[in-house]
Design a protein around this ligand. Structure first.
Ligand SMILES: Nc1ncnc2c1ncn2[C@@H]1O[C@H](COP(=O)(O)OP(=O)(O)O)[C@@H](O)[C@H]1O
Ligand SMILES: [Mg+2]
Length: 233
């Protein structure tokens, strides 16, 4: 499969603080890649670099063969990389439907419509007129995913979408990935739950202190090596 994203020797900075130290990774068309690693390892920083939210970078990020290392977040969103951010970032006092429609601001042509998002998450249709803040955490996460899908992304980045949610809801949310991936969308998930990450992804990358410490196919997971890569040692 062709790579849709290629990250080469990426360094990222917050002010003087360096968060990534030479991260290289690839994402193939239609692939699901899981990023795992302890708190502060740099997972969100990678996603923020890919979406243009952090531009204090060295190295290179290519998307569909084009260098996007200095491209603005707005242009990147319009070109088909969408993020479900950590903490969801919904507008609390807008309705579910209004929040979903925010995703259409950077809309490209493609399979995802409001009707299809409601098919994916039927509970959102029932709650369409309610304010987002009145929803459960899991339902809010569905809104955040639906909003990202409405831009019709080629690449969907999901940052800790299961954090703090009940296992049943987490199961429902990851079940939706089948349909999302059936549209050919490539996905990167940042996931604390290693078992979940293995189950949902084709490939895993483990980060430690801003560096890639291990990369392997989800089908051949070696938990001992992963533990070392995760915690160091
Ligand atoms: N806004 C920020 N300002 C300063 N440092 C930050 C900021 N965001 C993250 N960091 C630092 O960058 C490193 C990587 O953080 P992050 O990418 O959020 O890790 P993860 O998502 O893996 O938990 C950490 O040392 C963190 O403290
Ligand atoms: Mg994070």
């Amino acid at each position: 499969m062709k790579n849709i994203i290629e990250v080469d020797a990426l360094e990222a900075f917050y002010g003087d603080m360096q968060a990534l130290f030479g991260v290289s990774l690839t994402l193939a068309e239609g692939e699901c890649l899981a990023l795992v690693g302890a708190n502060g390892a740099g997972k969100s920083t990678i996603l923020r670099a890919l979406t243009g939210l952090n531009r204090k970078l060295k190295g290179r990020i290519a998307y569909q063969g084009k260098d996007i290392t200095t491209t603005s977040a707005e242009v990147i969103a319009r070109s088909g990389i969408a993020m479900v951010p950590e903490g969801r970032m919904l507008f609390a006092s807008l309705s579910v439907e209004e929040n979903l429609l925010m995703g259409t601001l950077t809309r490209r042509s493609g399979p995802w419509t409001l009707a299809r998002v409601y098919e994916l998450f039927p509970v959102l249709r029932e709650r369409a007129r309610q304010m987002a803040i009145t929803l459960s955490g899991g339902q809010q996460q569905m809104v955040a995913i639906g909003r990202a899908l409405l831009s019709n992304p080629r690449v969907l980045l999901c940052d800790e979408i299961s954090l703090g949610l009940a296992p049943v809801i987490v199961g429902q949310i990851y079940d939706s990935f089948g349909l999302i991936r059936a549209e050919g969308t490539a996905v990167i998930v940042v996931e604390q739950d290693i078992k979940r990450a293995l189950a949902v992804s084709d490939r895993l990358i483990c980060l430690l202190k801003g560096q890639v410490t291990l990369e392997f196919d989800a089908a051949v997971a070696d938990m001992d090596r992963l533990t070392t890569a995760y915690f160091g040692g």
